[in-house]
Design a binder for this molecule. Structure first.
Ligand code: GUN
Ligand code: ZN
Length: 443
C-alpha cells in the first residue's frame, strides 16, 4: 500500500519510463524479465526517493491537487547514467593529442594536475566538471582527484553541496612522477585516512582508495593502501591496469615478481568487490578469472582507448569469464563526457571483434549494471520503489535526424540503438538528483 505523505513535498512525473532489473540477453526480443517499461508511466517522488513507479492508469488515483505533476512528451525517463571511471582535474585538457598513454601523462596530464595545488582552482574546476556531468545525464561518477588532499576536499565539498552521489579519492603516487605531484607512502596513507573519515558516508559521498597505477606507487605505498583497505572494508578502490602495451612492459620491469600486471594489485589484496580497474585491455584468462573470483570490476573506456590507441577491450572474453564490467568515459583521455557517445564507441569496438552489443545491454551497463557492480543496486541506477530519485529525461527526438530515425523505430531496442549511436548531450532534456532538477536543457 503506497502512502503519500502530506508532510514532505511529493512530486509526480508522467512520461515513458524505463529501468533494468538484470542484464538483457543478446536475443533482444526476450528481454521482458530484464526491464520494466511503461509507455505511459507515472513516477512519484517523495523526500528524494522513488515512492512509486508504474502505469499512469494504475497510479493516477494517488495524484491529489497539491502534488505538482510534470508531463514529458516524446521523452523517456530513466535512471541517471553512472560513469565508473573519470578524472575531474583533466576536464580542461580533454582532447590533448599524444602518441601513447605515457607521453600523454608526461606532457599534458601531470602539468595540468599541478594547478590543483591551488584549492580555489580545484573548486572552480569541480563546479564546471559537475555541471558537465549533469548536462550529459551522469548522476553518479567514480572520480579520480589529484594527489592533493585539498583538491580532493574541494571536489567532495562541491558534490556534497549539490547532494550528488559521487565516489572519489585522492590519487596516491610516490614515485615516477614530477616532484610537484609526488606524495610519500606515509603522507598518502595519512591523507587518505583523513579523507575517508571526513567524507565516506557523509551525505551521499563515498570514498575510493586511489593508487594511480602500479608504476607510480612504491611497494611501500601499495602496502599501506592495502592496510587501509583492510581497515576500511567498505571503501572503494580504483586504479588503472593493462591499458597500453608500453605501460604493461614498464609495470613488469618494476614488479618482476608478479605474474602479470593485475597480479601486482592481487598480491596487495586490492582485488575485491567495489574495486574498479580502468581499461583491463591486456589481461589474460588467469587475470579474468581473478577479476571474476574476487568480484572486482573492469571499467571499459572505449573513447579513451581509441583516442590513445591503447587497444580494444574484449567484451566477449569479459562475458565468457563472467567478470563484472561497466562503461566509463575516462575523461580527459576519454573524448566525451557523454555516456551515449561512450555507448556508440563501445558498440563499434565490440563489432571490430565480431561481437554484438545490443542497445539494451549498453544502457544496462550505464545504469543498473553499474550500480550492481558498485554495490549500489537498488539505491541508484533504478526507478524501483525506495531508490534514490536520480533520473534523466531523455529526448529521443533531440535533433532533426534523430527525430526522423526515432519516429520509424519498430521496437524499444531500435529506439535506444538510435539514441546511443546518434545521441549526445543534446538528448539530455533534464537531469534530476535526489528528486531535484539539477539540469534543464536550454531551448
Ligand atoms: N594511467 C595512469 N594515470 C592515468 C590517467 O590519468 N589516465 C589514463 N587513461 N590512464 C592512466
Ligand atoms: Zn583513467
Amino acid at each position: 500500500m503506497i502512502t503519500v505523505s502530506t508532510h514532505t513535498s511529493t512530486q509526480a512525473f508522467r512520461a515513458a519510463l524505463l529501468y533494468f532489473h538484470q542484464q538483457p540477453n543478446a536475443q533482444h526480443s526476450q528481454h521482458q524479465d530484464c526491464i520494466t517499461y511503461h509507455s505511459d508511466g507515472l513516477l512519484l517522488v517523495q523526500a528524494g526517493k522513488v515512492l512509486a513507479c508504474g502505469d499512469y492508469s494504475r497510479l493516477q488515483h494517488l495524484l491529489t491537487d497539491d502534488i505538482p505533476l510534470t508531463r514529458f512528451e516524446n521523452k523517456l525517463l530513466m535512471p541517471g547514467f553512472i560513469d565508473s571511471h573519470i578524472h575531474f582535474p583533466q576536464t580542461e585538457m580533454i582532447a590533448s593529442p599524444a602518441p601513447d598513454l605515457l607521453p600523454w601523462l608526461e606532457n599534458y596530464t601531470f602539468p595540468t594536475e599541478k594547478r590543483f595545488a591551488d584549492p580555489a582552482h580545484a573548486a572552480e574546476i569541480s563546479e564546471f566538471f559537475l555541471d558537465e556531468l549533469l548536462r550529459n545525464g551522469t548522476t553518479t561518477a567514480m572520480v579520480y582527484c589529484t594527489s592533493h588532499k585539498e583538491a580532493t576536499n574541494a571536489f567532495f565539498e562541491a558534490s556534497h553541496r549539490r547532494n550528488l552521489r559521487m565516489i572519489a579519492g585522492k590519487v596516491l603516487m610516490d614515485r615516477n612522477c614530477p616532484d610537484y605531484l609526488q606524495d610519500t607512502a606515509e603522507s598518502g596513507a595519512r591523507d587518505s585516512e583523513a579523507l575517508i573519515q571526513r567524507w565516506h558516508g557523509t551525505g551521499r559521498q563515498l570514498y575510493a582508495l586511489t593508487p594511480r597505477f602500479a608504476p607510480t606507487s612504491t611497494p611501500d605505498q601499495l602496502g599501506r593502501c592495502s592496510e587501509l583497505a583492510k581497515t576500511y572494508t567498505d571503501v572503494y578502490i580504483q586504479s588503472h591496469v593493462a591499458e597500453s602495451q608500453a605501460e604493461v612492459k614498464w609495470a613488469a620491469e618494476l614488479f618482476p615478481n608478479s605474474r602479470s600486471y593485475l597480479d601486482i594489485y592481487d598480491q596487495y589484496g586490492l582485488l575485491r568487490p567495489k574495486a574498479v580497474y580502468g581499461h583491463c585491455i591486456w589481461l589474460d584468462e588467469t587475470d579474468r578469472g581473478r577479476m571474476h573470483d574476487t568480484q572486482s570490476v573492469a571499467a571499459h573506456c572505449p573513447t579513451s582507448n581509441l583516442f590513445l590507441g591503447s587497444g580494444l577491450f574484449d567484451v566477449a572474453a569479459a562475458e565468457n569469464s563472467q567478470m563484472r564490467y561497466t562503461l566509463a568515459t575516462d575523461v580527459g583521455a576519454g573524448t566525451s563526457f557523454s555516456l551515449l557517445r561512450t555507448m556508440d564507441e563501445a558498440y563499434k569496438v565490440a563489432r571490430l571483434q565480431q561481437h554484438y552489443l545490443p542497445a539494451l545491454q549498453l544502457f544496462y551497463h550505464c545504469t543498473a549494471g553499474a550500480a550492481e557492480a558498485l554495490g549500489l543496486a537498488g539505491q541508484i541506477g533504478t526507478l524501483a520503489t525506495g531508490a534514490e530519485a536520480d533520473f534523466i529525461v531523455l529526448d529521443t527526438h533531440a535533433t532533426p535526424l534523430l527525430a526522423r530515425r526515432s519516429s520509424t523505430a519498430n521496437s524499444l531496442e531500435e529506439l535506444l540503438f538510435a539514441v546511443a549511436l546518434l545521441g549526445d548531450d543534446r538528448c539530455i532534456y533534464a537531469t534530476y538528483a535526489a528528486g531535484v532538477c539539477v539540469h534543464q536543457r536550454a531551448e
